[in-house]
Design a protein around this ligand. Structure first.
Ligand SMILES: Nc1ncnc2c1ncn2[C@@H]1O[C@H](COP(=O)(O)OP(=O)(O)OP(=O)(O)O)[C@@H](O)[C@H]1O
Length: 527
């Protein structure tokens, strides 16, 4: 962990932040164990509100306050959206602490700092891991759309999450999905052209352009997996790839065909189309060369991208069509996949499940495995105990060999002992997810077949603004008007989110740092 510069954690920005003690909360249960600390379900004593407490790991006191926590706090204080986890406050513990059972927690550090989050019933990994769990297509679309909406909001606000994976997607029993764990996130507002480290994103989810810049030994294997599915990169499907540092070391020695359509042949056409665009090797369109100092620009319309160079009088000097670059969150939201049957369901129509976090499901599985092993050991001991004495003298082996009628010792083979995962029936509406609405159209909400009317876009209806100004301004996602008409779609009127674009007026008053200035109005952020 990097050392935090003194004073970087400016918790005094919000007067109440950091002023309360963790004793205002009663820890109920551990629900997560991350690289950077434990997460507890807790109850605020005064209000009874259930929250999640994320303890910031301070194991290595010499390194100071972890930079990951500083980043997470700084970024989450700025992001306010229904698909991004809400950081409510920071609380501290001045002295030795107790765990959920009231025992001293053994932490060397005498005291601690906690982030207080709204509580979410599940993470996607835990939910998907439930025995017998199957998501309907409408449910998958519902989660996918929320994921992309949250991501798009982050990108508009110049934040890259950089660790999207199932355990970082939190879901509540109202069917809301929220992005969490911004410990690896960073803002690109002040450093647009700066180099970003390639050592981020959980390995399995890391894209090829980062893997190709790597030196770690286990990553070629990951690249190989990508190439096996997505085909080998070359200058045709990824112009410029041969200039990436490790391309020559890692390029496959044999030709590898793209197999996406074959592997996912059971997907419908629109799902496949979107998957194709999301798993495109080439991350961005190749910029055309500059002309006499004129910089090329990227233009994106209807998934057809091109790089253009515009001359002094607005004339296009050079254009290169590209249809094969990786899709952005914004364009993905516009994919046919989300606008064809079965349409994404209303989150509220989803069944409610018993809380399921990856940490808990892993723990249960581990316990079950232990029980099975114990049962197996007991069975073996039982068999040994019943061996006739003749066995021990080395005779009568034939009796032990499993013949056509092996001795059963009169007992049935033991069934795996221990708790099997018995989850209660969903407490929600029976019959699983249903599409919304059953009859009639919601006011600008989900499943509106005519997405071009009534503002039936992402922010309206099903995503109540909850008193927050949407980041997209008045022409934003909520009620953006006909898709395609006027070119604004979901509030994004121009490619590359120009500084003075639809999210923030002219840019006047925007502070130079992430924390300063009037950016709240600019980007829809609220302190
Ligand atoms: N607000 C929350 N509500 C409910 N559960 C949560 C919440 N925040 C985190 N969790 C649970 O704790 C787990 C770990 O949280 P988080 O990813 O924020 O911690 P981390 O230390 O950064 O973990 P990682 O090692 O994955 O980076 C999550 O996968 C989730 O199951």
């Amino acid at each position: 962990m990097a050392i935090a510069a003194p004073g970087q954690l400016n918790i005094s920005e919000s007067p109440s932040w950091g002023s309360r003690s963790v004793d205002c909360f009663e820890k109920l249960e551990q629900i997560g164990e991350g690289t950077y600390g434990q997460v507890y379900m807790a109850r605020e004593i005064k209000t009874g509100e259930i929250v999640a407490l994320k303890k910031i790991r301070m194991d290595n006191e010499r390194e100071g306050f972890p930079i990951t926590a500083i980043r997470e706090i700084k970024i989450l204080k700025k992001l306010h959206h229904e698909n991004v986890i809400k950081l409510k406050e920071i609380v501290t513990s001045p002295g030795p602490e107790k765990d959920e059972q009231g025992r001293p927690d053994g932490n060397k550090y005498k005291g601690g700092i906690y982030m207080v989050f709204e509580y979410m019933d599940h993470d996607l990994t835990g939910l998907a891991d439930r025995p017998g769990m199957r998501f309907s297509v409408a449910q998958i679309k519902c989660y996918m759309r929320q994921l992309l909406t949250g991501l798009h909001y982050c990108h508009v606000n110049q934040v890259l999450h950089r660790d999207i994976k199932g355990s970082n997607l939190l879901i509540d029993n109202e069917g809301n999905l929220k992005l969490a764990d911004f410990g690896l996130a960073r803002s690109f507002s002040n450093d647009h052209n700066g180099n970003l480290t390639n050592r981020v994103i959980t390995l399995w989810y890391r894209p090829p352009e980062l893997l190709l810049g790597t030196t770690k030994y286990d990553e070629p294997e990951q690249l190989n997996k990508i190439f096996e599915l997505c085909g080998a990169p070359d200058e045709v499907n990824w112009p410029g790839v041969s200039k990436i540092p490790w391309y020559n070391n890692f390029k496959p020695s044999r030709p590898m065909k793209r197999r996406l359509r074959e592997v996912f042949r059971h997907f419908d056409r629109h799902a496949l189309e979107l998957l194709e665009r999301m798993l495109t090797l080439d991350p961005v369109p190749e910029p055309v060369s500059s002309h006499n100092g004129l910089q090329p620009r990227r233009l994106c319309t209807w998934g057809q991208c091109c790089s253009i160079v515009v001359g002094p009088v607005g004339k296009i000097v050079e254009a290169r069509a590209k249809t094969c670059e990786r899709i952005s969150a914004k364009d993905a939201l516009d994919a046919e996949y989300f606008w064809t049957d079965p349409l994404p369901c209303d989150p509220k129509s989803l069944p409610k499940y018993e809380s399921s976090h990856e940490f808990q499901t892993k723990k249960k599985r581990q316990q079950q495995r232990q029980h099975e092993e114990t049962a197996k050991r007991q069975k073996l001991q039982h068999q040994h105990a019943r061996l006739p004495p003749i066995q021990q003298s080395g005779q009568g082996h034939a009796q032990m060999r499993p013949g056509p009628n092996p001795p059963m010792h009169g007992s049935q083979p033991p069934v795996a002992a221990g708790p099997s995962h018995h989850y209660g029936k969903p407490r929600g509406p029976s019959g699983g997810p249903s599409r919304y609405p059953q009859g009639g159209n919601p006011p600008g909400g989900y499943n509106h077949p005519n997405r071009g009317q009534g503002g039936g876009a992402y922010g309206s209806g099903p995503y109540p603004p909850q008193g927050r100004a949407p980041p997209y301004g008045s022409t934003g996602m909520a009620g953006a008007g006909p898709r395609g008409s006027g070119g604004t779609g979901y509030g994004v009127g121009a490619p590359n989110y120009p500084q003075g674009g639809p999210y923030g007026g002219s840019g006047a008053g925007r502070g130079s740092s992430m924390m300063g200035g009037n950016r709240n109005q600019q980007y829809g952020w609220q302190q």
